[in-house]
Design a protein around this ligand. Structure first.
Ligand code: AHR
Length: 494
């Protein structure tokens, strides 16, 4: 492939490296928040988790759900702890203790150095409650709810800019599930009212829950007919399951995400054209990840308990390569994808795992996220690699190499991110870099494992790590690097 700063996709929006914290399983309770844990501060925020979050580098965190938000009453989670009610969470058949709420989340975001992204409940609730939450969060003071926040010890508004208008309301499993026309109208009314209170908000309309939904694309078209002029983003959710396909097909997952993004952009632009609108919506891919979803039996949740273990998937090196590949796709669509949130942050299908009272550690999928978030900055370059392909079951012929590159105009640094999808063959990658004379290779790292089933666990937290790849050369404007099978690779030129 060839790198040239003249061939650009778009500037990297730092919000592409977002994450998601839902009141689900142990993401919040015994994940972010565990009073009494040896590393917890006086608010109960786990210090070991905060340290890993800072290292991983998410820029924005979506909260509080997910399916949870569609039955959530935000008022339950503010004010004195002793007055907060315990409630049934119907989404995850749990007891919600409400000891962590919007004020704790906002304070946690400051500690973690991330921007908050809030979702409002448009399942069991509507415009009025969304406005109440917005007033509580963003109004400076002198009104009932802004003064309630101040009384609760938070003088300054939280200043939340990005708001999701509900969650996955196309899904029959969603509490308050709606038709596209019902949801589109509700989203439009909520958006218009929220903007009256705070015109600078960035609002996200719910797209489909996944691309396999029978209404994928028609849901979005109908919803956007109602709310196109009132929102800034339409959401896309998609998870990739290693258990329902061959390893080769699973390694091609990002091709599916790539096509889903193209399909959704086309759908949104079609509505925009029909409405003769000057707006161009962007996508918020606010739930994406690898999820061993077919292994999860929803009926096994059992009795009502607090913070049960839910979908605490353990990831291997193939999963890390797929997560890296999904990140490459998001970057390659930086012209239309403005926000992306890996789901979720801690314990629940997450890059960070914890044990209650015990350690926190990095799963394999932590590493591609952390490296991309730290290094893929500036402008995405249009790299257009050529390489051999292999046949897949559902996606046709797919290239073995999946790559992108970024150029940071301020520092001059170039970052190449590359996945070798081959399960058997090394790829010898040649990159023409004549447009960057004087650059040297300052880093070349590969995430691989001799045993593809290796996972990082509490006992072996560093079994799978990115390691220096010595098989790299730069000369005569050509970079050559060997990419072993099933690997995530990062090359840095400065
Ligand atoms: O992230 C887990 C769940 O997946 C979320 O609650 C929901 O939005 C999605 O279906």
């Amino acid at each position: 492939m060839t790198l040239d700063p003249a061939y650009r996709v778009a500037a990297v929006d730092s919000r592409l490296f977002g994450s998601f914290a839902e009141h689900m399983g142990r993401c919040v309770y015994t994940g972010l928040h565990e009073p009494g844990h040896p590393t917890a501060d006086d608010r109960g925020f786990r210090g070991d988790v905060l340290e890993l979050v800072r290292e991983m580098g998410p820029t924005i965190v979506r909260y509080p759900g997910g399916n949870f938000v569609s039955g959530y009453r935000w008022e339950d989670g503010v004010g004195p702890l002793e007055d907060r009610p315990r409630r049934l969470d119907l989404a995850w058949r749990s007891i919600e203790p409400n000891t962590f709420g919007v004020d704790e989340f906002a304070a946690w975001c400051i500690e973690a150095g991330v921007e908050p992204m809030m979702a409002v409940n448009l399942g069991t609730r509507g415009v009025a409650e969304a406005l109440d939450l917005l007033e509580y969060c963003n109004h400076p003071g002198g009104t009932l709810l802004s003064d309630l926040r101040r009384k609760n010890g938070v003088e300054q508004p939280h200043g939340v800019r990005v708001w999701c208008l509900g969650n996955e309301l196309d899904g029959p499993w969603q509490i308050g599930h709606k038709s596209a026309a019902q949801y589109g109208r509700l989203a439009a009314e909520t958006a218009r009212a929220m903007r009256r209170m705070d015109p600078d908000l960035e609002l996200v309309a719910c797209g489909s829950s996944n691309t396999a939904m029978p209404t994928f694309a028609t849901w979005e078209a109908t919803v956007l007919e109602e709310c196109y002029e009132s929102v800034d983003y339409v959401s896309l959710h998609n998870y990739y399951d290693p258990l329902i396909q061959s390893r080769e097909d699973f390694l091609a997952s990002a091709v599916d995400l790539d096509r889903a993004i193209d399909a959704l952009v086309a759908t949104a632009d079609h509505v925009g054209a029909r409405l003769k609108s000057q707006r161009r919506l962007r996508l918020s891919v606010d739930e994406w990840n690898v999820w061993y979803q077919s292994a999860w039996d929803e009926t096994s949740m059992g009795d009502w308990v607090e913070a049960r273990r839910l979908i605490e998937d353990e990831y291997d090196v193939t999963d890390a390569a797929v997560v890296g590949s999904l990140l490459i796709t998001l970057l390659n669509h930086a012209d239309r994808v403005g926000i992306a949130c890996q789901a979720q942050l801690v314990n629940v299908i997450a890059p960070i795992r914890t044990e209650p009272g015990g350690p926190a550690w990095r799963q394999t999928i932590f590493h591609p996220f952390a490296q991309a978030a730290a290094l893929a900055r500036g402008t995405v370059l249009r790299v257009e690699p050529t390489c051999p392909t292999y046949p897949t079951t559902g996606l046709g012929d797919v290239p073995f190499l999946h790559a992108t590159a970024t150029h940071d105009e301020e520092t001059g640094a170039v970052t190449i991110l590359a996945v070798n999808r081959s399960t058997t063959e090394q790829l010898d990658l040649t990159v023409h870099v004549r447009a960057f004379p004087g650059h040297r290779v300052t880093m070349c790292s590969t995430l691989s494992a001799s045993d593809p089933a290796s996972r990082n666990t509490a006992a072996t937290p560093d079994a799978v790590l990115p390691r220096a790849n010595p098989d790299v050369q730069l000369g005569d404007g050509r970079l050559q690097v060997a990419l072993p099978p099933v690997t995530w690779n990062v090359v840095r030129l400065e």
